[in-house]
Design a protein around this ligand. Structure first.
Ligand code: PHE
Length: 346
């Protein structure tokens, strides 16, 4: 009986097989259990003798069972560890985790240039009081920019709310909110009832800067924008200043960048056209000027003591010529292939 049991245990190769063998050789209907049950019918002396022998036999069988069980479990564990082994040196395929939109990334990058110079970033609401968007900026009610063509007005009319047409109202808010001197950049979304085509979006982004302090001049504006341009387009960047008009600055200028791709060499050379500046040699970048004293006064700033300068650039437009984006409409489609296609990232 014992030899048979030991043989069966040794033959079992898995936990399941060993269980079968255990039931057959130690279970209720096993020869050992049956023999045990029959002891009661024996005369006293034989009973004692048989009891001892069966007890010993059970001891040996159980011992062998436990030993075999330990062996098989250890082998199965070792096998599982081999099977489930993780090779940490295998190359992995990383799941994409997303990234800021190129327009957002560029806006942050632009803001960072000013933060590095100690300026603050200021934000304001996209739904803006008409007074802050226009009147406080010296844009009287009969100014063409206030006509229905450009401005998205919001019902009801008596609340005098508009979708801001530029980030300039944040200039006024900053002057009203902060102690002087003020050095802020205002990045944000703006809206104009404009075309929707490859070079226009009715909703786009601007970054505006405002500095108000004692003794600020056009010279400070020039130095600031030249530094800004070099940070954005490289140390070789050449700037051109063109006289212009904005109601909120006087004098006002338009800032052009010499094309940083062809450096102006494509002008008059039909053999080598430049896509970036359309062979014009220069790229319009933004407007700027010395803050009109009337704007300072509207915001409660003493214009006999303080002066300032301001500038504003289109972010989406900058992304277009800086990173070679062909169609502005791609910027709002949410297709990640657009972001990946931008030259030099953003
Ligand atoms: N707000 C002007 C625009 O939207 C840009 C600008 C800002 C011009 C500040 C001068 C000074 O076109």
């Amino acid at each position: 009986m014992v030899a048979e049991a030991l043989e069966a245990f040794a033959a079992a190769g898995t936990v399941a097989e060993l269980k079968q063998a255990r039931i057959a050789h130690t279970g209720e209907r096993s020869p050992l259990a049956l023999a045990n049950r029959e002891i009661g019918a024996l005369p006293p002396q034989a009973r004692k003798d048989a009891g001892m022998r069966i007890g010993q036999a059970r001891g040996r069988v159980n011992q062998a069972l436990a030993a075999r069980d330990a062996e098989i479990s250890a082998a199965e564990l070792a096998q599982r560890l081999r099977d489930e082994r993780v090779d940490v040196t295998l190359p992995t395929e990383l799941a994409p985790v997303g990234a800021p939109h190129p327009v957002t990334a560029l806006m942050d990058q632009m803001s960072d240039v000013f933060v590095a110079m100690g300026w603050e970033v200021a934000e304001g609401p996209e739904l803006e009081a008409e007074w802050l968007n226009f009147d406080a900026l010296n844009l009287p009610p009969d100014h063409p920019a206030r006509s229905m063509q450009d401005t998205v007005f919001v019902d009801p009319p008596e609340r005098n709310l508009v979708l801001r047409t530029h980030t300039s109202p944040v200039q006024v808010r900053s002057l009203l909110d902060r102690p002087l001197p003020v050095y802020v950049v205002c990045p944000g979304r703006v809206a104009r009832a404009d075309e929707y085509d490859a070079t226009h979006l009715p909703v786009f982004h601007q970054i505006e800067g405002l500095a108000v302090d004692e003794g600020l001049t056009f010279g400070h504006l020039r130095g600031t924008l030249e530094h800004f341009a070099r940070r954005m387009f490289g140390d070789e960047t050449v700037i051109r200043w063109r006289p212009s008009y904005f109601p909120f600055t006087e004098p006002s200028a338009e800032v052009d960048l010499q094309c940083f791709v062809c450096r102006g060499t494509s002008v008059g050379d039909p053999e080598h056209p430049c896509r970036t500046c359309r062979s014009e040699g220069w790229i319009e970048w933004g407007g700027c000027g010395v803050v009109n004293p009337r704007v300072l006064e509207a915001a409660g700033v003493d214009s006999s003591r303080y002066s300032g300068f301001a500038f504003g650039m289109g972010v989406d437009r900058t992304l277009m010529f800086r990173n070679n984006a062909e169609d502005m409409r791609d910027m709002i489609q949410g297709d990640v292939r657009f972001s990946r296609s931008l030259v030099g990232g953003a």
